[in-house]
Design a protein around this ligand. Structure first.
Ligand code: SAH
Length: 255
């Protein structure tokens, strides 16, 4: 069943009004008809099952059948500070996959080895909205305007768990493994994961991050592409938290 984004202000008295690009997608690209069922999400955590009741030249109207809250969402705020990649297709691939796997916030970062720190926030937001619709996300992840690495360190104190992924050992700091931190992650409300650009983080950036309380974490001996590291690292953590939640829900039901 197709999903459409609807602004919360267009949902009133059990009716939802779809307009703008979402309306054009519904009426003209997908040629939806009155009577058909669709999923609506308002981006703040609610997902509605609805039936199309009217299609005019400007908007479509739907009657809401039922609503779910936080469908498939995890409470914890997992944020990924993803270095802007020279290869824009790879960067856009990363933000699309991070959206699908349940990340709540993406912070594009400019580190010393970032080649082209250009902000394409409008395009990035469109990619995120489309990934939300495709994956039936109840929440639309936020994407920030790009910030410098030092600014990331400044704001990182807001996160309970701070992880920076790094592909090589150093005498200055020991790399742990993701699984070493899963116990802490299980109960965390906010986690920030930092992933470097194609050329990686500098030793100086890693040392600074350690001083700001980041754990340096390895994702194994192979040298992953930035987008791979981002998706693997965030994916393992999101799945672990989600599975843990489900296990807790099942246990609660058994009591
Ligand atoms: N510096 C290397 C690789 C950089 S890969 C090079 O010159 O090719 C880009 C980013 O992916 C790294 O900054 C790191 O955040 C992450 N990454 C890649 N492989 C990793 C691994 N095995 N463990 C942890 N992080 C990794």
């Amino acid at each position: 069943m197709e999903s459409f984004f609807v602004d919360p202000k267009n949902i009133r008295n059990g009716l939802a009004k779809i307009e703008g690009e979402e309306y054009h997608h519904l009426a003209h690209s997908l040629r939806k008809r009155v009577g058909e069922r669709i999923l609506l999400f308002d981006g703040s955590g609610k997902v509605y099952m609805a039936t199309i009741t009217k299609i005019t030249k400007e908007y479509a109207e739907c009657e809401i059948i039922n609503e779910n809250f936080m469908l498939g969402e995890i409470e914890a705020e997992i944020a990924v500070a993803q270095a802007i990649l020279k290869n824009t297709d790879r960067f856009e691939f990363a933000i699309e996959k991070l959206t699908e796997i349940g990340i709540k916030r993406i912070i594009p970062i400019i580190t010393s080895r970032v080649i082209s720190p250009k902000s394409k926030i409008d395009r990035w937001q469109k990619i995120i909205l489309s990934a939300c619709k495709q994956s039936n996300r109840a929440i639309i992840p936020e994407i920030d305007e790009p910030i410098k690495f030092d600014e990331l360190l400044e704001i990182s104190s807001k996160f309970e768990i701070k992880i920076i992924f790094h592909e090589s050992e150093s005498t200055e700091f020991k790399r742990g493994f993701l699984f070493d931190h899963l116990k802490k992650i299980k109960n965390a409300n906010s986690i920030i994961l930092a992933v470097g650009p194609e050329g990686g983080f500098t030793e100086d950036e890693i040392s600074k991050a350690v001083r700001f309380g980041f754990e340096v974490v390895s994702l194994g001996q192979r040298r992953l592409r930035s987008e791979t590291a981002s998706i693997v690292g965030a994916g393992v953590i999101a799945q672990f938290i989600f599975a843990n939640l489900k296990r807790k829900e099942i246990e609660d039901c058994r009591r």
